[in-house]
Write a protein that binds this ligand. Sequence first.
Ligand code: SME
Length: 164
Amino acid sequence: MPDDQSVDYSLLGEQLDALLKDESDPLANAAMFVALVFDALPDTNWLGIYVLRDDELVLGPFQGKPACIRIPMGRGVCGGAAEQMTTFRVSDVHDFDGHIACDPASRSELVVPLISDGRLLGVLDIDSPQLARFSDHDQEGVESLCELFIKSLERKNGAAIEFI
Ligand code: SME
């Protein structure tokens, strides 16, 4: 397998669109999004959405072991990415000050904020048991999938999205 672990994000985007196009329920679509991406990314042990509720991140649809339910803004990798509204890619979570260890097997992490119309809805969090699992290719690919997911929510629900 090549270094980028060979995920075809363009094909994955087409599959995502096909899966979400006929359904308007945001919870069902979020669950489908998470299941599709987790299944497609090799060497990942956890993938899920934390939804922003009252200035706190709350666990939403996910795949993997049970995880922490609430993450305050600014805490951990998820809270950092949410607060700064930018992707956090961490090669070694042991070197990240304040990392929240939900699954001790996790060694690297990618967190992408979910933003609609300038408003933070939550984050997509992906963990891997491999050091430096996520490449530039993965980051760009996962960010593009998150945009497709958000666009699909917007098409069905308008600008004011209540996620779940
Ligand atoms: N590691 C995350 C917490 C969530 S779990 O990985 C599922 C963090 O530091 O924010």
